[in-house]
Design a protein around this ligand. Structure first.
Ligand SMILES: Nc1ncnc2c1ncn2[C@@H]1O[C@H](COP(=O)(O)OP(=O)(O)OP(=O)(O)O)[C@@H](O)[C@H]1O
Ligand SMILES: [Mg+2]
Length: 380
């Protein structure tokens, strides 16, 4: 062991301890402060990211590494390969994990400090320094992960709010149509009927009869539009009843046979967002059947099993090549299947599509629901 001037050794020891404390305390404190604001979400924090080069520079400085690039290479490669593999698998870093990283960083810095002092004035153990730098180098990646994760979370939450706002607007329009337009057209119809009973020529009577038919058609179309915009059954009776109405009307309107099966559901309600999403997905699925399938039969199955609500929509139509649709040059213009998938993903659910040309198409939708029953019905 080399002997060094006590003053310098003391200085080095104190500097190491204080720098180590600074580095780890800085990060852990800032992170904990962020976490205590809202433990579920760490928002993008540019100051933190800007701070990283400063921390790295400080660490390089206090370890007095002659060639940090060379020394850290080995460890960095190992660590980063692991991180990248992990990112590829789509797993984020948990907050607890990040805290553990900082603890580990503190431990490594301690070890580096001890060895360095031990071997002073030689070069610090490359492996040890390499590990320290490896850890430090991971910090931006970890912080980036929190940032990326939060941006993604933020985007999802915005999309959910947007979907909610869209449903509210649909509800408002639907009520407006029903209450305002519906009443006006009914008044028009009644007025025409009164006219019909008054003294009119045969010609006038024929015109009035035509106008009555027209007013009647407008009344029915307004009602249908109001129903399509926001089916009242979805709010009052729940998903299976709303789907039953949807299928019934769709079948009558388009002359295609349908059947509905409901398994494991005994009148309970699911969260409003789940009910609305599954209803809209079924609506879009039926529109696709009409547009593309030339089917003669459609089956809809809704099943609750524990914490999962599944919807299966199957037609016996033309089917299609899924791979071809996914790579089609105009795929950007086709929003149906993509929209369905996004909506379901926002609930934490999934959409699978099975289709064979000439056989038909089947959509499998799964959404998580609370395992127990919701006593109060769907909340708006
Ligand atoms: N039930 C189905 N039967 C046969 N083909 C289907 C069916 N559903 C979807 N497809 C095929 O998949 C393609 C993509 O469907 P998607 O709903 O994404 O778009 P789109 O219906 O063409 O347009 P958009 O829904 O945006 O109005 C369709 O163009 C069609 O070729
Ligand atoms: Mg479509």
């Amino acid at each position: 062991m080399n002997q060094a001037a006590p003053t310098f050794e003391q200085f080095a020891a104190s500097r190491l301890v204080s720098d180590r404390n600074l580095i780890t305390a800085d990060w852990v404190d800032t992170l904990s402060a962020q976490l205590s604001v809202d433990p579920r979400r760490v928002l993008p924090h540019h100051d933190l990211l800007d701070h990283i080069p400063v921390v790295l520079a400080r660490a390089a400085d206090f370890l007095l590494v002659p060639d940090p690039e060379k020394l850290r290479a080995e460890q960095v490669v190992t660590d980063e390969m692991r991180d990248i593999a992990r990112l590829r698998r789509g797993q984020g870093f948990g907050v607890q994990e990040i805290i553990r990283e900082f603890d580990e960083l503190a431990r490594l810095l301690d070890a580096a400090a001890l060895r360095w002092l031990d071997e002073y004035p030689g070069v610090p153990d490359p492996k040890c320094v390499g590990r320290v730098f490896g850890r430090l180098n991971r910090v931006p990646l970890l912080m980036g992960q929190i940032t990326v994760g939060s941006v993604e979370e933020e985007r999802n939450s915005l999309l959910r709010q947007l979907a909610l706002a869209e449903e509210e607007e649909r509800l408002r329009l639907s009520r407006e149509l029903h209450d305002q337009m519906g009443q006006l057209v009914t008044a028009l119809l009644l007025g025409l009927r009164t006219l019909q009973h008054g003294p009119t020529s045969a010609e006038q009577s024929a015109t009035i009869a035509e106008l009555e038919k027209l007013a009647d058609r407008i009344a029915r179309e307004v009602q249908q539009l109001a129903l399509d915009l926001r089916p009242p059954a979805l709010d009052t009776l729940g998903l299976p009843a709303a789907l039953e109405n949807l299928l019934h009307e769709w079948s009558a309107r388009n002359g295609i046979e349908t059947d509905l099966q409901s398994i494991g559901i005994t009148g309970e309600r699911f969260p409003a967002e789940v009910e609305t999403t599954l209803y809209r997905v079924a609506q879009e699925g039926l529109t696709n059947v009409l547009k593309h399938a030339r089917a003669s039969h459609v089956s809809l199955l809704i099943e609750r099993r524990g914490g999962t609500l599944s919807l299966i929509l199957e037609d016996n139509g033309d089917g299609f090549e899924l791979e071809e649709v996914l790579v089609a040059p105009d795929k950007a213009r086709r929003l149906g299947l993509r929209g369905m998938r996004e909506r379901v993903a926002r609930l934490g659910g999934s959409l699978e599509i099975e289709s064979s040309p000439g056989v038909g198409t089947c959509l499998f939708i799964r959404a998580p629901v609370p395992a127990g029953e919701l006593a109060t019905g769907a909340a708006q």
